[in-house]
Write a protein that binds this ligand. Structure first.
Ligand code: GLA
Length: 690
């Protein structure tokens, strides 16, 4: 990424909290940063109490000294606005600052992210701090990038305080205009829920089981927008004072808590914090999806803002990254479009909340394995400047729709439902046909099927430009909003392939069910309508059979989780359910529409089906499917005609890759290779055409 005043390079560094250490240690830090080739650090992130010890005092001296020291050593600063951890004096002085949980209890102070997103006192203080900081540092040489707040909604995603309630009422009034309209849209006639005035509407805390799904969803939408407007409080101030400095905020890997697409016109660069579990051999697949989401958000390279040098301290058991894994996962981030490798944190804490978390400089010091691996990586990255700014070119897009997500999974963002937490689930959301259905789980399943074949995928919302994609998949698009029908029909008419899955097109944006056949407005493009849904019991299967041969498919597969009774109108059934009372009902259909095709899949098909489906699509659209050993990942970044092929070996042993015809230069070793590439365990090669 091109940062102010810098030539092209890969950013390397991490979160730096010098306030934890005596100033003598700062000198030592600089020496080690130089040794490790660190070129950017994020500072100030949680230091509000130091920057503003009381309401009318600002003390920047210590931060000035840090900024000056970094500037004189040619290390850029990603400057945190410190607002994710408000000082205790603010909390004690204003009683609206702390968020309120499900049981009307305010959270206690003494940690970070305890603020209520809609607290007027907190917002006012945030604006003021942003203004003071931006004014103070606007001309500082080290200031390269602003880092607003930190991981919005991580701990405080749901608040039920009286300020939120009032703001929610205003939000509803703005949206629905009249209380009658709200009652109509929410269907409050059922169960005597009618509201007579705006101030009767309470926040949707835990009630008896079975609550109004539209109200729950509206509350989630309202809070989602609240996080965005909170971001704007700082963004607007900083932008006006330092228009020349790029702005970011770091997002966590879990996108369930607010709609990230709201931010896209107000971010100069997207930033990701990613903590895959080193104890999970499949973790790289989990990471690949999150990298793709972040790259797709702005459709350009992003910043890997945080990852762990070795273990974290918040999984139940925190295994370290064995030698080589941190390097491999850093290159995986670069492969998928990151222009940086950054860590939490620079020096391991001696005290406080995160002292068991790994760091670039561990408690053991510079003679440690981890610092050695960090420094070696920093050195290697200095050779890769030309990669910065290149991007991944995906021909397949997955649509991510927060409203469908929150309608299917818990709007409270508690992650996937499970049979075990049934009671918890029932008391926290609206009743639903099957806890086995997971919106994000379905999206993940489709992503992994493409990823397993090394086909790059973007993850976008439906209002992005679809014309650059050949295949658009909308897993579990449960809610079909106004305009989506036209978008998809236009895309398919022009020659695109659209894929919809089970339990799609069931509700409109007010959570009202489409009558006369599910798929609702998508019935025309898909050429199918659905009469009944038939969730399968845990472990239950239904066979998917192809009566006639279809290119690339076998005769029989299996589906799980879901079955349906569907009727084709213009679509051609390619495969049918074979079991249960709905045997003979179409399960996989194809509709030719304009120049393109639309497929409907009425179940969760097994992995064999997914593999064959993707090969089928690749043949139709001339998408290349590289042949590689299992657990070797290939991602290509490109800029104009230049291509960078990242080969990443996630396997537990050596792997040999057969290269496509041609000669290649390995950017890391400098060697020229052809025919075969040998990758050590956790090995990485970045090749370019010679
Ligand atoms: C998050 C936070 C960091 C740190 C790490 C630890 O990503 O942003 O401040 O707490 O987790 O893994």
């Amino acid at each position: 990424m091109m940062i102010r005043g810098r030539s092209r390079r890969i950013i390397f560094g991490g979160d730096y909290f010098p306030e934890q250490w005596p100033e003598a240690t700062w000198q030592e830090d600089i020496r080690l940063m130089k040794q490790a080739n660190v070129n950017m650090v994020s500072i100030g992130i949680f230091s509000w109490a130091l920057l503003q010890p009381d309401e009318d005092t600002f003390t920047f001296d210590w931060l000035d000294r840090v900024m000056d020291l970094l500037a004189s050593n040619d290390i850029d600063v990603c400057l945190g606005t410190a607002t994710a951890a408000q000082p205790n004096w603010l909390t004690r002085k204003y009683d609206d600052v702390l968020f309120v949980g499900e049981n009307d209890q305010r959270v206690a102070y003494g940690s970070r992210q305890t603020y209520c997103v809609n607290s007027p006192s907190y917002r006012k203080a945030v604006r003021r701090l942003a203004e003071e900081m931006a004014t103070h540092y606007k001309d500082h040489k080290a200031l390269a990038l602003w880092h607003i707040n930190n991981e919005y909604a991580n701990k405080n995603s749901m608040c039920f305080c009286k300020n939120c309630e009032k703001a929610f009422q205003r939000w509803l009034q703005n949206k629905y205009g009249t209380i009658d309209n709200l009652n109509e849209c929410w269907g409050t006639i059922f169960w005597s829920e009618n509201y007579r005035s705006w101030d009767e509407i309470n926040t949707p805390q835990m009630s008896a089981g079975g609550r109004n799904g539209t109200k729950l969803l509206d509350y989630k939408r309202f809070l989602s927008e609240s996080f965005f407007t909170l971001y704007l409080e700082e963004y607007n101030v900083i932008r006006s004072i330092t228009p020349q400095v790029p702005i970011t905020t770091n997002f966590e890997a879990d996108w369930s808590k607010f709609d990230h697409y709201l931010f896209r016109d107000h971010l100069d660069v997207a930033s990701l914090n990613l903590y895959p579990d080193p104890g999970n051999p499949a973790a790289y697949k989990w990471s690949a999806l999150r990298h793709s989401m972040m790259r797709s958000l702005l459709q350009k390279p992003f910043i890997l803002m945080e990852q762990a040098p070795s273990q974290v301290d918040w999984y139940p058991v925190n295994v370290p990254k064995p030698p080589g894994l941190m390097r491999l996962w850093s290159y995986q981030a670069l492969a998928h479009g990151s222009d940086s490798v950054m860590f939490f944190q620079w020096r391991a804490s001696k005290k406080g909340a995160e002292k068991y978390h790994s760091a670039m400089v561990p408690h053991f010091g510079e003679k440690s394995r981890v610092f050695q691996e960090v420094s070696d990586l920093g050195q290697e990255l200095t050779q890769l400047a030309e990669i910065a700014g290149s991007n991944v070119d995906a021909k397949v897009a997955l649509l991510l729709d927060s409203d469908s997500w929150w309608s299917v999974d818990s709007p409270y963002g508690f992650g996937s439902k499970s049979l075990q937490n049934e009671v918890f689930w029932m008391s926290n959301a609206q009743p639903f046909p099957s806890v086995l259905v997971s919106y994000f789980g379905e999206l993940e399943y489709y992503y992994e099927a493409f990823h397993a074949l090394n086909i790059p995928v973007d993850v976008i919302s439906a209002d992005y430009d679809l014309s650059k994609y050949k295949v658009v998949v909308a897993p579990l698009m449960h809610m079909v909003k106004t305009g989506f029908k036209e978008t998809i029909e236009g895309f398919v008419r022009q020659g695109g392939t659209f894929i919809a899955t089970y339990f799609t097109g069931v509700i409109d944006e007010n959570v009202g069910v489409f009558l006369g056949g599910y798929l609702g407005p998508l019935k025309d493009v898909l050429g199918v309508k659905v009469e009944e849904y038939c969730p399968l019991p845990p472990g239950g299967k239904n066979r998917i059979s192809f009566p006639q041969a279809v290119d690339g498919f076998q005769n029989v597969y299996q589906g799980s989780i879901w079955g349906e009774v569907a009727h084709t109108t213009t679509a051609k059934p390619l495969a049918y359910f074979e079991d249960d009372y709905y045997a003979g009902s179409p399960c996989f259909t194809e509709n030719r529409y304009g120049q393109g095709r639309a497929y409907y899949i009425a179940t969760r098909p097994n992995e064999d089906f997914m593999r064959d489906l993707i090969h089928h699509l690749a043949t139709i659209h001339h998408i290349e499917v590289p042949v590689l050993p299992a657990e070797v990942e290939l991602v290509t970044r490109s800029r104009e005609t230049k291509k960078f092929y990242f080969y990443l070996n996630h396997a537990d042993g050596e792997r040999k890759v057969k290269l496509p015809q041609g000669k290649y230069r390995d950017l890391l070793s400098g060697a020229v290779c052809q025919d075969t590439l040998k990758l050590e365990r956790y090995g990485v090669s970045i090749l370019t055409d010679v």
